[in-house]
Design a binder for this molecule. Structure first.
Ligand SMILES: [Mg+2]
Length: 253
């Protein structure tokens, strides 16, 4: 494996960032190792373009990243690859849904409410609301199967993230966007060894595309564990588990 290029794809919330404090301090050892080996760490997140830009700068991640659950890919030259359905369409559908189902999207919430629900500052919440390809929403108890059917009729799907459900295009996933970038990496480097890290169902499509998929443990006990070939689960939680996974995988190589 020594002659292969290595690439890391990672979810942010509750994976590389702490669930409540958004801190990546405990992932420092893993991040430093990647940096010293010149391994690109690529954010794959439900966050918006502008939010993700802030985070990759803060953490020092690769210029390439995947935002809004695979709706868009930001390339190293600033170009955006568009893989999702336009936000205005998602809002029209959300509006229709809200007359029958107890759903409320970011577009229905004031900045203060988004800040409260996410634990972000008002400034950050404003940027989180600048959506392009996905609408995060909350949903009270309802016939979820019926909701998913109606959403499907519109060519859309619901994906479950750590904090919210997300309304987005039916073919849109972190996994499809990761596959797109992997193809590019392989064209550039030949053989590529990929590591992927995530904690929630919206990460599973991405985990299934990687050579070394890691489910990062969440605090609490209700985490859904997918059936994915070769999947490993960290012993430690969140960013600490992130370092554990990266160190374990890279030290084995
Ligand atoms: Mg997450």
């Amino acid at each position: 494996m020594k002659d292969q290029a290595v690439v890391v794809f990672t979810d942010l919330d509750a994976t590389l960032l702490g669930l409540d404090d958004y801190s990546f301090e405990k992932a420092r050892t893993g991040l430093d190792l990647c940096r010293s080996l010149q391994i690109p760490v690529i954010a794959v997140t439900s966050k918006t373009l502008d939010e993700t830009k802030l985070w990759i700068k803060r953490i020092g991640l690769d210029q390439r990243f995947i935002f809004e659950n695979g709706g868009g890919i930001h390339l190293e030259n600033g170009k955006i690859i568009d893989l999702g359905v336009d936000y205005s369409v998602l809002r029209q559908v959300m509006l229709k849904l809200s007359s029958t189902f107890p759903v409320r999207g970011f577009g229905d919430m004031k900045t203060e409410e988004i800040a409260e629900r996410t634990g972000l500052s008002l400034e950050e919440a404003k940027i989180a609301a600048l959506r392009r390809f996905s609408e995060p929403f909350v949903c009270q108890e309802t016939d979820f199967e019926k909701l998913e059917n109606v959403v499907g009729i519109h060519g859309l799907q619901i994906v479950r993230g750590g904090r919210f459900y997300h309304l987005q295009a039916s073919g849109q996933s972190k996994g499809n966007a990761v596959a797109y970038l992997l193809k590019r990496f392989k064209a550039d480097f030949g053989r590529v060894f990929s590591i992927a890290l995530g904690d929630s169902p919206n990460d599973f499509s991405m985990l299934s595309k990687a050579d070394s998929p890691w489910l990062v443990r969440q605090p609490g006990q209700e985490q859904i564990i997918p059936e994915i070939n070769n999947l490993k689960i960290t012993a430690k939680i969140g960013p600490e588990g992130w370092s554990e996974a990266v160190l374990t995988t890279l030290n084995k190589r």
